[in-house]
Design a protein around this ligand. Structure first.
Ligand code: HEC
Ligand code: HEC
Ligand code: HEC
Ligand code: HEC
Length: 105
């Protein structure tokens, strides 16, 4: 479930801070709301569980986000399995994001 008010607030903050086009997903988010938006106290967790919960908190779960690639993996994958947030903007950029597990996708 999209928390509209939060998205609007964050977008507003991002614009107020003069956010520029950032190259990777983590930076796009950090420009909006800092490293703390995904990391507890800004520090990465050892297993990524906390970080993946933050994604769901803002964007919703696998059955709620647009795109068949999400619903197809409900209960199987977590966000960071495909979204290499510190490496790319688009999940599809990640080399082998689909081919790692599927021969035909
Ligand atoms: C959109 C959410 C998000 C934001 C914002 C974010 N990170 Fe991360 N970060 C992650 C996730 C998810 C991982 C673990 C998986 C991965 O490396 O892709 C991670 C991993 C890391 C790691 C460990 C890297 C490794 O190779 O083990 C460091 C260090 C880190 N982040 C620092 C930062 C700093 C510093 C900022 C702010 C400039 C930041 N992160 C902002 C989501 C985020
Ligand atoms: C604090 C709320 C928040 C958190 C936490 C968060 N996001 Fe976002 N995310 C946003 C907002 C706001 C945008 C920009 C508006 C949009 O595109 O929906 C965005 C944009 C995106 C986009 C689209 C970027 C583009 O190309 O426009 C992706 C993909 C994404 N987030 C994935 C993630 C993933 C994966 C995580 C967890 C590692 C995460 N987000 C954590 C709020 C959040
Ligand atoms: C099976 C791989 C996979 C997983 C797992 C995954 N995504 Fe995605 N996601 C994609 C692909 C592929 C796209 C299309 C754009 C791109 O390449 O980044 C996308 C697009 C998005 C977008 C942009 C949607 C739009 O059309 O505006 C958001 C936001 C997003 N993902 C968030 C998430 C979140 C949050 C999670 C975890 C709950 C997640 N994704 C898990 C592969 C994945
Ligand atoms: C970490 C491994 C992994 C990744 C990465 C991954 N998948 Fe999957 N995917 C699975 C598993 C496991 C299943 C369930 C078993 C099956 O049906 O093959 C599945 C099922 C599916 C299904 C439904 C069943 C089918 O074969 O039609 C689709 C569609 C799909 N994946 C598309 C994608 C796409 C597109 C990407 C890249 C954005 C992707 N997957 C990335 C593991 C993965």
């Amino acid at each position: 479930m999209m928390k509209r008010w939060l998205m609007v607030l964050l977008l507003g903050l991002g614009m107020a801070a003069g956010a520029q086009a950032a190259d990777v997903l983590a930076d796009i988010h950090a420009d909006m709301a800092g490293c703390e938006s995904c990391h507890a106290d800004g520090e990465p967790s050892s297993d990524g569980a906390y970080e993946n919960e933050t994604c769901v908190g803002c964007h919703g779960g696998m059955t709620e986000i647009e795109g068949d690639q999400h619903a197809a993996h409900d209960g199987m994958l977590v966000c960071s399995d495909c979204h290499a947030v510190h490496e790319h903007t688009a999940a599809a950029d990640a080399s082998g994001a689909c081919a790692d597990c599927h021969d035909d996708k």
